[in-house]
Design a protein. Structure first.
Length: 294
């Protein structure tokens, strides 16, 4: 909306925050995001279908006290908008510098990522807006039914695919349930003078721990997928070749399920399928089906 900068200005006035400039962020897919000078970030939403994600993020900032996240300055409502004001983390997103780093520095950073994810997994606070999944098999049986229904709608249903998807459920027993960050790609990590920070918490979920690896592995498979336009040109597959091995070294408990390969295959298929279906991209879906079957 063209009037959003004015809305932001009024929110800042309400919060008694002085400023010189308001700049819209180039990324921020769920909410509208603005940088206030070099001091603050404000997220806001008036979309009732998406606002709960911002409300969930506010709950999380109220629940944790980590030194690797931005400081919450304020939150509230203004007219039809929910908003969250945070301190602005100095530094650069990992995507923008990863291609410049040597392997030793990269491994040290992955160690910090593992430590951050471990701390996140240990959060015990009650968070009413976070989806809590307690029966992973039942959850995926429902997801598979939804997938098959969508395939029929697109006239792409086949018995082999249906059988393969249903068979995948047998691999979903076990694994620790906990709070997972669920968005661990390099656009959400900021690196400053040797220290790593984590931002954006609207995808947080309570489920088996190995699901945390789905986004991480997808980034390793296609590192350019999550990068913004400025960083995409610098993402090369070879620079990400050792990430999963390092993460396993620092955080082995995320990899301890004997059927991890099969589980990740299902997780990634579902993740990409939902994107392809939203775009009505039948050729992409056909490719995903062929890869899954074979």
């Amino acid at each position: 909306m063209d009037n959003l900068p004015e809305i932001v200005s009024q929110i800042l006035k309400k919060e008694n925050i002085s400023y010189s400039s308001i700049r819209r962020a180039s990324s921020g897919f769920t909410n509208d995001v603005f940088f206030i000078d070099k001091n603050y970030v404000i997220k806001l939403s008036s979309d009732k279908d998406k606002m709960w994600r911002l409300q969930k993020e506010i709950d999380l900032y109220d629940a944790f006290s980590f030194d690797f996240v931005p400081q919450k300055i304020s939150s509230g409502k203004f007219e039809d908008y929910e908003y969250l004001i945070l301190s602005q983390i100095k530094g650069k997103r990992l995507y923008s510098i990863w291609h410049k780093l040597d392997e030793s520095t990269r491994k040290e950073i992955v160690g910090q990522i593992a430590d951050i994810l471990k701390q996140f997994h240990q959060i015990k606070a009650k968070l009413p807006r976070v989806d809590v999944i307690t029966n992973w098999k039942k959850y995926w049986k429902i997801q598979i039914k939804i997938i098959l229904k969508k395939l029929k709608k697109l006239d792409l249903y086949n018995d082999t695919m249906a059988k393969k998807l249903k068979e995948s459920v047998k691999y979903l027993a076990g694994n620790d349930y906990c709070l997972i960050y669920n968005d661990a790609h390099f656009d959400n990590f900021i690196y400053d003078k040797g220290k790593l920070y984590l931002i954006d918490f609207d995808r947080v979920l309570h489920c088996p721990k190995d699901y945390e690896l789905m986004i991480f592995k997808s980034m390793c498979d296609e590192p350019w997928k999550f990068a913004n336009e400025d960083d995409e040109k610098n993402t090369k597959l070879g620079d990400y070749a050792n990430l999963l091995a390092w993460l396993k070294e620092f955080c082995p408990e995320m990899f301890d399920n004997p059927f991890l390969k099969e589980r990740l295959k299902l997780y990634q298929f579902h993740y990409y399928f939902e994107q392809a279906f939203a775009k009505n991209d039948k050729s992409w879906i056909e490719k995903l089906i062929n890869n899954f079957i074979n």
